[in-house]
Design a protein around this ligand. Structure first.
Ligand code: HEM
Length: 123
């Protein structure tokens, strides 16, 4: 039985599962592992806070995603295909693990942010 996303513990489960897949993903994995060379111990807690703030309005995220992705795009061009793939992988990860209002919300928010990010970053 799947539950909805109820708290930060559930967000951790979701974010960990997503980035676990990302690391070996054939389409966008290299952007994280070869281009940005992400420090996962730092990045994952930032992502927990990011989604915790979006779903539960905790106010504990103070990063600058648009800037980060623009810098990434300067190093290696990001395309619409990359963003669509990111969004599909996110949707599938959510659907595999959770169902409910927050699960729906987290998919819609990701899709909208991806769209806005793509418009700002992809030339
Ligand atoms: C093509 C798609 C994407 C790629 C390749 C990508 C890659 C990355 C990378 C490499 C970082 C930097 C990690 C570091 O600091 O070392 C990052 C940060 C981040 N990404 Fe993405 N990302 C993508 C899409 C998205 C989307 C759609 C969202 C939101 C829905 C998102 C949210 C974030 C956030 C919140 C951060 C942290 C920003 C900060 O530290 O200020 N990303 N991403």
């Amino acid at each position: 039985m799947k539950t909805d996303i109820r708290n930060k513990e559930d967000i951790k489960v979701l974010v960990d599962a997503f980035y676990h897949k990302i690391q070996t993903d054939e389409t966008i994995g290299y952007l994280f592992t070869k281009i940005a060379v992400v420090n996962w111990e730092k990045h994952l807690p930032i992502m927990y806070d990011f989604w915790d703030n979006i779903l539960f309005h905790t106010g504990n995220f103070d990063g600058n995603p648009m800037m980060k992705h623009r810098l990434l795009n300067d190093k290696s061009t990001l395309s619409e295909t990359h963003f669509l793939h990111w969004t599909q992988l996110w949707r599938k990860t959510v659907d595999d693990l959770f169902e409910g209002e927050k699960a729906d919300e987290v998919k819609i928010r990701a899709k909208n942010i991806a769209k806005a990010m793509m418009n700002k970053v992809v030339n």
